[in-house]
Design a protein around this ligand. Structure first.
Ligand code: SF4
Length: 238
């Protein structure tokens, strides 16, 4: 900070990692008021992704600008959600989180699980309070759906979060042409076998939006959670 109580992190500000900021949400951090930082860029290109502008776009907001925004909202918000894009891919995320923690916010990270070492280090430094982990698909369909080969990294992240008993949730975007009921049964079994005991959230693909893969609309209500054989609580979120 400089003498005017404004952040000015010259080195870190050489890049502008954040695409946009949602100043207030009651929906994205469980039981907390929060804002959302949308990080530009992603190491996956999921065919159903409806944030192509963020995934392919360039960031517009620097770390200092983010911190100045947060500084002004210290008493108004409980937490900060880092979403995107894939926030864990950004090199200055540790420095940003250190400053966010000094301001007293809780931190939630939305991640595709592709950078386990980075996430583990951030957690071990007490810079993260909650994680929402995307479970994209079965191993067999992972590359086709995400256009990446990062399934083993996702598995490493999942296993770490389970074994360390870190507070987190798992969620899957479902589309009738991408994941069938058999896939969802197999994914639920994988979660259960990993030791996960939290809720498993399913959210339908949003119809009539532009997606990276230009995919057609999903059938709604093609999933009957009662038909999935599991001890986990499977919850449809939208
Ligand atoms: S849906 Fe896929 S491509 Fe889009 S931001 Fe998430 S991980 Fe990246």
């Amino acid at each position: 900070m400089n003498t005017n109580n404004e952040y000015n992190l010259t080195k870190a500000d050489a890049t502008k990692p954040v695409y946009s900021i949602t100043p207030f949400t009651l929906l994205d951090y469980p039981h907390k008021t929060a804002c959302i930082l949308w990080f530009a860029g992603c190491n996956m290109k999921c065919v159903y992704c409806y944030n192509p502008d963020i995934v392919f776009g360039k960031g517009k907001i620097s770390i200092s600008e983010v911190l100045n925004f947060l500084n002004r909202r210290k008493s108004l918000l409980d937490g900060v959600v880092l979403s995107g894009g894939e926030c864990t891919s950004h090199k200055n995320i540790r420095q940003l989180l250190q400053e966010i923690k000094k301001l007293g916010f809780l931190v939630k990270i939305d991640t595709n699980g592709s950078n386990p070492e980075k996430l583990i280090n951030l957690i071990n430094e007490n810079l993260v309070d909650y994680v929402a982990l995307d479970f994209k698909s079965t191993k067999e369909k992972f590359n086709e759906i995400t256009k990446s080969n990062l399934f083993s990294e996702f598995e490493k992240t999942l296993n770490y979060l389970v074994k360390s008993k870190f507070p987190f949730e798992v969620r899957t975007t479902v589309h009738s042409e991408l994941l069938n009921l058999e896939d969802l049964q197999s994914m639920t079994e994988k979660l259960e076998n990993s030791g996960y005991r939290g809720k498993y959230y399913l959210q339908y693909y949003l119809n009539d939006v532009m997606s990276i893969g230009n995919i057609s609309n999903t059938k709604r209500n093609y999933i009957n959670t009662e038909s999935i054989q599991t001890k986990l609580e499977v919850v449809i979120r939208n």
